[in-house]
Design a binder for this molecule. Structure first.
Ligand SMILES: Cc1cc2nc3c(=O)[nH]c(=O)nc-3n(C[C@H](O)[C@H](O)[C@H](O)COP(=O)(O)OP(=O)(O)OC[C@H]3O[C@@H](n4cnc5c(N)ncnc54)[C@H](O)[C@@H]3O)c2cc1C
Length: 358
């Protein structure tokens, strides 16, 4: 029902897109200050993740692969793949944080790409209709040889090997695939076929500038849910936050809650900033990583602090804090871990390349 609602919002065009499939990088700014598809998507995700991140990740048409397609696909590809649910397959057994190390290969044979390799931890891999697979067309070209390919789910040679059992986001499936002489049309490559050694990887990496704020938004939604539930539970025990009073004039639990609110607000504003920049054609790689780092870490700290503040009521499965505490950690891992985001931020602030600072 929610997926249909999102699709309806996208079709209406009222919001310039909503949901992962609606995120598009603006090409140029006409000087107008706008809130477009990135902001709409981030705000929608914050609301949907008040409750269940796993549900959002399991919503048809809202995969990270959809954002990749929406960000770089040609009009013809949008026509073919638009409206379909797309998962994103980057990670491999030997390539997690270091996505430049991927070994899956794509070889051109006449008018088809032939893919071979292994992809693990693919969110919504079992349920999605398309898998956006990162593979190298030229190992010797390093990062520049890495391209993304749209592989329809039932293509022969794409084998789903198993599903993971996880700490949190259990409503979301996490699939492992093998690609064995998997043939797809030449036109399923996203972006340019050319291998540009100067900035070849930059194109693929730019997808993350759009998707990292989305994961940050998931963390913001989860953090707010934790804070609101804790406020309610503390309120039932007669502890209310007085925002007009100094922390030392309040019960310790209320003062701690104010600290968590401040942390949440910082994460929220950074996330909105990254989305706003994308909507206004401003380079946002730095801000997208800052937002993801801050929101990912804050949501884990906030969720655990809320469990702590509520004691047994926070720890038991009879309440939602226990679930949110389990769900939070993945938001600090996938789409680039905490450490990798800090590395990206450091590289940008210091003007160092990935070979110099790793
Ligand atoms: C539930 C779930 C869903 C996922 N969904 C997807 C998906 O849809 N698509 C997809 O492609 N992948 C997905 N992933 C994979 C995820 O993106 C990776 O797990 C993540 O990138 C980290 O890679 P890794 O697990 O190999 O850890 P590693 O890269 O081995 O890292 C292990 C630890 O070392 C740290 N580390 C690594 N390199 C450095 C460095 N240079 N400096 C400092 N610290 C470093 C990391 O931060 C981490 O703490 C998912 C994972 C999970 C668990």
């Amino acid at each position: 029902m929610l997926a249909a609602l999102m699709a309806g919002m996208e079709d209406s065009g009222e919001m310039g897109g909503a949901g992962a499939a609606g995120v598009r990088r603006e090409n140029g700014s006409d000087g107008a200050n706008r809130n477009g598809s990135n902001m709409a998507t981030v705000l929608g995700i914050i609301e949907l993740c008040w409750g269940d991140v796993g549900l959002l990740l399991s919503m048809p048409g809202q995969g990270l692969g959809n954002s990749a397609i929406a960000s770089v696909a040609t009009e013809e590809q949008l026509e073919r793949f638009g409206g379909k649910w797309a998962a994103m397959a980057i990670t491999e057994p030997e390539a997690g944080s270091d996505s430049a190390a991927i070994r899956t290969t794509a070889e051109l044979d006449d008018e088809e790409w032939v893919l071979n390799g292994e992809k693990i931890f693919v969110t919504a891999g079992e349920r999605a209709e398309l898998i956006v697979v990162w593979a190298t067309v030229e190992r010797s070209a390093g990062r520049a040889g890495i391209k993304s390919f749209v592989v329809p789910k039932h293509t022969p040679g794409l084998v789903l090997e198993r599903l993971e059992h996880k700490l949190g986001i259990r409503a979301s499936d996490t699939a492992n695939f093998r690609l064995e002489d998997c043939r797809i049309p030449r036109t399923n490559l996203l972006g340019s076929e050319e291998v540009h050694t100067e900035n070849g990887f930059a194109g693929a990496m730019q997808t993350f500038d759009n998707t990292r704020p989305l994961v940050a938004a998931m963390a913001v939604g989860l953090a707010r849910a934790c804070i609101e539930e804790t406020t309610r539970l503390l309120g039932e025990s007669g502890i209310a936050v007085d925002h007009a009073a100094a922390p030392w004039r309040q019960p310790a639990a209320a003062a701690r809650l104010v600290e968590l609110e401040a942390d949440y607000e910082a994460a929220r504003l950074l996330t909105l900033q990254a989305a706003w920049m994308a909507d206004n054609a401003k380079p946002n790689s730095l801000q997208a990583s800052i937002a993801k780092a801050k929101a990912g870490r804050s949501c884990v700290e906030i969720a655990l602090a809320c469990v702590e503040l509520c004691g047994a009521a926070g720890y038991c499965e009879s309440g939602l804090l226990e679930k949110w505490a389990r769900d939070a950690k993945i938001l600090d891992i996938f789409e680039g871990t905490q450490q990798i985001q800090l590395l990206i931020v450091a590289r940008q602030l210091l003007g160092r390349g990935s070979a110099e600072l790793r």
